[in-house]
Structure formats: C-alpha cells, structure tokens
Design a protein around this ligand. Structure first.
Ligand code: ADP
Length: 656
C-alpha cells in the first residue's frame, strides 16, 4: 500500500501531499509546482529522475521508478514512485503521485546484486523469442560490452568464438524446443585483431513456459571459467606428460633389461636404435659404428630404425664432415632445430648438404656412444622432417640410453673377445699338442729302434754313423721342442707385457751373417740359392738375442713356406733406421691376409701340411715394436714375399 500520496493541481501550480509525506520527509504538505516531490530525492538520482520526469510530463506518460527519498532525520529509504497523469474535465492534466516504501526488498536486491557482482556472475533475463536481453553489469563485462550498450541476441552471438557457434545455437534450441536444461561452456572473442583475447564462459539457464506450454522467458547466469579451463588444460597436459614419462620409463626399463641381457652386438645395437628412435619421436634413427679399417681410416657400419635400409643404400656413408665429426670424435651431443640452418652444414662437396633424394632432415640430434675407456664406439643419429622436434627432454633421454648402450656394448665386446680367446685357446691347444707330439714321437721311435737292436745284441746299433745320426736327430727334436716351449713362454710374456729387452751395442750385418751361416746346412739341404747384401757398420742399440730370434723366424718361414726358392737377405740404412729384409721367391701371401699373419695363432696353411703354431711373426712383431721399429710384408700371391724390418738406430725412444 502506498503510504505517501500527492496530487498536483491542474496546470501544475502546486502539489498537495498527505500527512504521511510530512511525517516522513518533515516537509510541508503543500509545495509549489508539479515537480515538488523531487526535492526529497537522493542527490545521486536527482538529475536522471528529473529528466525522466520532464519527459513523462511532456508526453503525458506514466512515470515509474525506484528512487531513494530523504527522511526528516537525513536517512534515505528506497521507494517505488509512480506518477499517473489524469485529464481534468477542463482539459488540463493533474498528476497523482504515490511513494511506497520498498526499502527492505530493495536492500535485499542490492545486496544480492553486490554478491552476484562480487562473484563475477552475469545475470540475464529475456523474453522469447529473444530480441533484447536484460542483464547486469558483470554480464556486459563478460562479453566485453560497454556499460550502457543495448544487449541483443545478435550482439551476443557475434562475440562467440566461430568454432563454438554451432554448439551454442544447438544448446539454445534444445533448451527452448526440447526443454532441456541449458548448460553451455563456450568461448567468446573479446577485442579485435592482435589484441583479441579468448575467454571461456559457462552459461546456465532455464526456459519458462506460459499456461499453454509456449516458451515465454529465458533467464540464467553466465560466469567466466577461463582460469578453471586453463587449470584443467594444464592438468591434462601434466597428466599426458606423466603418462608419457611413464611409458618412457617403461621403454627405458625394458631396453635396459634387454641390453643387459644381450651379448650379440648386432642385435643389441639394433635394439638401442629402435628404442631411442621411439623415445625421441624421431621419424628415423641410426647407429653408426666408428670402425677403423686397415688403412686407419674410419668408416661406418650401421643399424637403422624407422625407415627401410634401402632408403639409405643409395647414399654414401657419412664422412668426417663438420656436421658428423664432433659425434665421431665424441666431442658432445649436437641438437639442432634445423640442421640446414646450422653453420656447420653444407660445406662438403659434392652435395653441399644432403644428397638429392636423401630423407628430408630438419630436426637433428646426434649423441656419441663412448665406452668406459673413453673410446668412441659410434654415434646415435636422429632426424625428423619438421624443424624443432627434439627438445631438451629428447636429448636427455637419448643421452641416457647412449650411456646404457655403451656399457652393454662394452660387455658384448668383452664377451666376444672372451669367446674368441676361448676358441683360439682351444685351437692353440690342439695345434700345440700336435706340434709337441711330432718331435716326441720321433725321439720315441728312435729309442724303441735302439732298444730292439740292443736286445737282439745287434752290433750295428753301436756303429759310430748310426749313433751320430741318432744324436743329431735327437738334438733336432730337442731343438724343436725347446723352440716351441720358448715361443709359448714368449707369448705369455707378451700377454702380460713382460717381454724384457737387453739393449746393447749390436752390429746388424755381422749378426745377420752369423745367423745365416748357422742356417747354412738347412738352406743347403732345402736347395736354396742365397744372396746376401749386407751393409757393414750398421750399429745400433738393440737386443741381440731377440733380433737373432726375429731373423731366425723369418729364415725358418722362408724354409718352410718357400722351400728351394731363391732367397735374398739384405741389410741397409734408411734415414735414421736400419733395414733388415728377407725376401723369398715362394708362393707369396695374398694382400687380404697380410695383416692377419702377424696376429697370434693366425696361419694360412693347415698344421697337417706345414707344422707351426702361428706364433713366430706375432712374437717377431712384438720384439721389433719393443725396439721402436716396424715389421711389414710386401707380397702378392705367386710373387714371393719380402719381410722388411725397420729398426731405429738409436733404439727405442728414451734408450739414447
Ligand atoms: P707359423 O710359421 O708357426 O705358422 P708364423 O707366425 O711365423 O707362424 O707365420 C704365420 C703364417 O704366415 C704362416 O702360417 C704362413 O701361412 C704365413 N707365412 C709366413 N711366412 C711366409 C712366407 N715366407 N711365405 C708364405 N707364407 C708365409
């Protein structure tokens, strides 16, 4: 019920209020002018209310507003004010005013507004079908609209992110037509161009229907959920990363286990390449071994992952170019977002970059694989056609795997060596027992023969020639046995690095003559023609006995492998070195075997054909090297063989 009422006299000359007006405002019940009631308004509302009132008067339309009125004690209270124009029979207009105290409700409302604003909740109401939307200030802010803007369905839909538009339309349609609850998460784009900003909003609402079931109103709230979405997104990413890390761990773990168990080098390296390619998300990966060939140049064998081997077959092996070199030298990891932009790239002819048709590589990651001893076993290389694929994470993963691989490869190599050692030990044992048995058998047969003769009192057993022959044969067998035993001892000395040398002043040509003379009878027997070219005065600091051993080995080999062929022994100087050369015109040695014959137990013939342990040249090589010198062979099949020993005259370095 209105408690204050007033009326303006016709023509607006004065306003007359009821006593409630006076009781509330303390103002007189009669005031001049139809606008007299405005005097009690809150100063903040005077301007807006006055102009609205002026307009109502001019158009003679009803005026209705919620405004604050000042009480006599200065306290303002909210009132619902209504002024209704009434035409007098004389044709003038009188205004009937009323003010109802709505302070309690209004304060609740304002409080509610404040809470809603504080919570950042946008409130909206609209009639259906939607033309304009009534909303609070927060709602406008959410859409980035100016405070006074007219909010229409058009304006709202224009702000929605194009990707969410269809979904938003559908949600509204379902709410209105299917009576489904309206709940929509969507994006709005605020601002334009570079400054445009995307915000996530969540709208919840409800459609109200009239008595006939026709949709009438659509009201709801909207709030900003950008922060929540960001949190969700980062949580999702963290989960994905966690998941990835877990899978990575699994791969590493599985790889680690299989690496540890794998002793076959080839399989092991393939396993590492596969795992590392998977972990680094490379489109392909490769492992290149650092292998030295006989000429000491490094070349590479490889395993591949991610692409068929044919893809690489057409291309030359990577060489020590500026891109690859640091990896093969073990200088460190190279990671490039785009290798084609790397200053080290593209310097080498003939391609100045990648060979045509090469797999397109932009992202590049190369990690050296180093053994415990620091030796670079090879490198793991990864590529991807898209730039910037390999991050610190991939680098760390592959580096870890490379370290594991190095240990596993070390183990596999040790295992391989141990296997080779076992095999060669077995071979050696069978050859050695055969070799030892030959002289023993011959001595045994001689003694049995003698014993028989003696038992039969055969006087011919004691004939001087027979006894002499027996002694000579026994001596030869003993000589052979002791040489075998000496060789075996030397081998074990070499294995533990204790081939002791006694350096003294030695004249090489005299020593050569002496040894050759000692071999005279055997050479003569075998029908050799011997040429000696000795340069006198070749004096150096060497180990006499050991050099004799080397020369004896070379001569024995010539006797064994080139029987009856012409033989030439030469000594000469070459710079600061002395040269000793033993050249035969025998069957020769194929180039592919020339490296091998200096290795332990390596023989090119079968023990049943020509006896030997395959140790002579190996021991000779160690003796020569202990002098700081070298031993080489020049030969071709059918062309004879020439063994050249080069000895520094001053002896090994440090011997003066
Ligand atoms: P061994 O003579 O006991 O087999 P060596 O180490 O002295 O051991 O020689 C290794 C191998 O090198 C021999 O088995 C032989 O096949 C080959 N070889 C050595 N000297 C000659 C030579 N003058 N001509 C041809 N082959 C040779």
């Amino acid at each position: 019920m209105p408690h204050i009422v007033w009326t303006s006299a016709g023509g607006g000359a004065a306003s007359v209020f009821n006593p409630a007006w006076h009781a509330f405002t303390g103002l007189p019940t009669q005031l001049p002018g139809a606008a007299a009631w405005l005097v009690a308004l809150h100063p903040d509302e005077v301007t807006a209310a006055t102009s609205a009132w002026e307009e109502a008067r001019a158009t003679e339309a009803q005026f209705e507003r919620e405004l604050r009125l000042r009480r006599a004690d200065g306290v303002y209270r909210w009132h619902h004010i209504r002024c209704v124009p009434v035409k007098t029979p004389e044709g003038s207009v009188r205004w009937l005013g009323s003010a109802t105290d709505i302070h309690e409700r209004k304060t609740q409302e304002v409080r509610f507004e404040l809470v809603v604003e504080g919570a950042g909740i946008g409130i909206w109401f609209c009639d259906l079908p939607v033309t304009t939307v009534t909303c609070n200030a927060t709602y406008r802010q959410l859409y980035g609209l100016p405070a006074e803007a007219l909010v229409t369905a058009d304006v709202l839909f224009r702000a929605i992110h194009p990707d969410d538009l269809a979904r938003a339309n559908e949600a509204v349609r379902r709410a209105v037509e299917d009576q489904e609850p309206y709940l929509l998460d969507f994006r709005v784009v605020i601002g334009e161009g570079e400054k445009a900003q995307v915000r996530w909003l969540q709208a919840t609402g409800r459609v109200f229907y009239d008595a006939h079931g026709r949709p009438e109103r659509f009201d709801g709230i909207t709030r900003d959920i950008t922060a929540q979405r960001q949190l969700e997104e980062s949580l999702r990413r963290t989960l994905i990363e966690k998941d990835e890390s877990l899978r990575t761990l699994e791969v590493i773990n599985a790889t680690g286990q299989s690496l540890a168990a794998e002793l076959q080098l080839e399989k092991l390296v393939q396993g590492v390449t596969d795992a590392a390619t998977r972990l680094s998300k490379a489109s392909f990966g490769a492992f290149f071994y650092n292998v030295l060939n006989e000429q000491g140049q490094s070349y590479m064998l490889y395993t591949l992952s991610g692409v068929p081997r044919e893809t690489f077959d057409k291309f030359p092996m990577p060489r020590a170019t500026r891109v690859f070199e640091p990896t093969f030298k073990g200088e460190g990891i190279i990671r490039s977002d785009d290798i084609t932009r790397d200053p080290r790239y593209g310097h080498n002819p003939p391609y100045q970059g990648m060979p045509p048709g090469h797999l397109p590589v932009r992202s590049y990651l190369a990690v050296p694989v180093k053994s415990r001893s620091g030796e670079v076993l090879g490198g793991l290389f990864f590529g991807h056609p898209v730039p910037g694929v390999f991050t610190e994470r991939e680098e760390r993963l592959v580096a870890g795997l490379a370290a594991q691989a190095a240990v596993a490869m070390d183990n596999a190599r040790l295992f391989q060596r141990a296997q080779e050692a076992i095999t060669s030990r077995d071979t050696f044992l069978s050859i050695a027992s055969h070799e030892l048995r030959t002289p023993i058998t011959s001595m045994k047969m001689q003694t049995q023969y003698m014993r028989k003769r003696i038992a039969n009192n055969d006087p011919s057993a004691f004939l001087p020639e027979r006894v002499t022959r027996l002694v000579e044969q026994t001596e030869r067998s003993i000589g052979r046995l002791s040489r075998l035993v000496e060789d075996m001892l030397d081998i074990s000395r070499i294995a533990i690095g204790r081939l002791n040398m006694q350096f003294e002043r030695v004249e090489l040509s005299a020593l050569t003559r002496e040894v050759v003379e000692r071999f005279g009878p055997q050479l003569g027997e075998a029908g050799h023609t011997l040429e000696l070219h000795l340069t006198p005065g070749l004096v150096g600091r060497w180990d006499r006995d050991r050099l004799e051993q080397v020369l004896a080995n070379l001569l024995t080999n010539a006797l064994k492998y080139a029987p009856g062929a012409a033989l030439k022994v030469t000594t000469r100087t070459l710079g600061t070195s002395a040269i000793l050369e033993v050249e035969d015109r025998g069957p020769g040695i194929a180039p592919k075997d020339q490296h091998r014959i200096f290795e332990r137990f390596e023989r090119l013939v079968d023990a049943s054909q020509i006896s030997g342990l395959g140790l002579g040249l190996h021991i000779s090589k160690h003796i020569v090297e202990a002098h700081g010198g070298t031993i080489r062979v020049h030969s071709a099949l059918g062309e004879g063989a020439s063994f050249v020993v080069e000895l520094p005259i001053s002896g090994p370095s440090g011997q003066g």
